[in-house]
Design a protein around this ligand. Structure first.
Ligand SMILES: NC(=O)C1=CN([C@@H]2O[C@H](COP(=O)(O)OP(=O)(O)OC[C@H]3O[C@@H](n4cnc5c(N)ncnc54)[C@H](OP(=O)(O)O)[C@@H]3O)[C@@H](O)[C@H]2O)C=CC1
Ligand SMILES: O=C([O-])CC(=O)C(=O)O
Length: 252
């Protein structure tokens, strides 16, 4: 049984704490005391709003499902304490200087930073970009207004540019773009659309390179508790945890 510490007791945190099969959540941490207490009661863990106290608990992995800011505040301490970390708010790693520092901390501690596929598919073989850089790497994301916390009467492009800039403006909505770039080995181009007719969070990935071309479209159901987050993201972490100790590894 793998013991985990859960960083973030919101929407994804609830799914992980109440559905994981092969793990035991021993401690949960959130900025909001009521959220930590409620989730701790559901999964028989101990609740914390004090990070240092949380870190004194006995777990080997931290699962982050909180925010880009939480990763920036805590991930390095987690690694240097000798724990692995699973980072869902991958946008935190868009900043190259911070990313290199975090990777160095992991290397020095002999620990691992894992970025789950989250709300997209295809991160496995898009890694071929690390050996054969793609000419095109574009993510077009279209979300309903509620997912972006805004109103719109017509389909509107609200961002066009690079992932590392987009995540600064939309840290709760476009972590996928940073994960895509980390997989492919270069910053992804992003188009972010809000569409009042959309009922799902749609991610379209376009890649072109020496190998040929890829088009992937994911039509995700928004989470009922947080429409910005696709339900697939929570399932992705559950699946990563399920396979952590599996000797059979499928996918690049
Ligand atoms: N890589 C990917 O594909 C995807 C990534 N994500 C990201 O995953 C993360 C979790 O998503 P979700 O569960 O839906 O988010 P929620 O907002 O539902 O839950 C996050 C919880 O963590 C708390 N929190 C935020 N910052 C901190 C902090 N610094 N210290 C302690 N607690 C904190 C939040 O409190 P408060 O509400 O007060 O901020 C909230 O209770 C988000 O960053 C989201 O953008 C989501 C989907 C896909
Ligand atoms: O869940 C999604 O569709 C994508 C998302 O919020 C993110 O990448 O931050």
């Amino acid at each position: 049984m793998i013991k985990i510490g859960l960083l973030g007791c919101g929407n994804v945190g609830h799914v992980i704490a109440t559905h994981a099969e092969n793990i035991r959540v021993v401690a949960v941490f959130d900025i909001i005391p009521g959220r930590a207490e409620e989730l701790a009661a559901l999964c028989h863990a101990r609740p914390y709003t004090d990070f240092d106290a949380f870190m004194r608990e006995d777990f080997s992995i931290v699962v982050e499902a909180a925010s880009v800011g939480a990763v920036r505040s805590y991930a390095e301490t987690v690694l240097r304490s000798g724990r692995d970390i699973i980072v869902l708010s991958a946008g935190a790693l868009a900043d190259e200087e911070y990313r290199e520092r975090l990777i160095e901390a992991a290397r020095e501690a002999g620990k691992t930073i894992r970025i789950p596929s989250g709300a997209v598919v295809g991160l496995d073989n898009i890694k071929i970009g690390q050996v054969s850089p793609p000419k095109t790497l574009l993510l077009r994301t279209t979300k309903p207004p509620a997912s972006l916390g805004m109103t719109a009467d017509t389909p509107t492009e609200i961002f066009k540019g690079l992932a590392h800039d987009c995540i600064k403006q939309f840290p709760k909505n476009i972590n996928v773009a940073v994960a895509l770039g980390l997989a492919a080995g270069r910053d992804a181009d992003v188009e972010l659309w809000v569409d009042p007719a959309a009922e799902r969070n749609v991610h379209e990935i376009f890649v072109e390179g020496d190998f040929g071309d890829i088009y992937v479209r994911v039509r995700n159901v928004p989470s009922p508790d947080n429409p910005a987050t696709s339900y697939m993201a929570a399932l992705s972490i559950l699946t990563l945890l399920k396979n952590l100790e599996n000797p059979l590894v499928v996918g690049t």
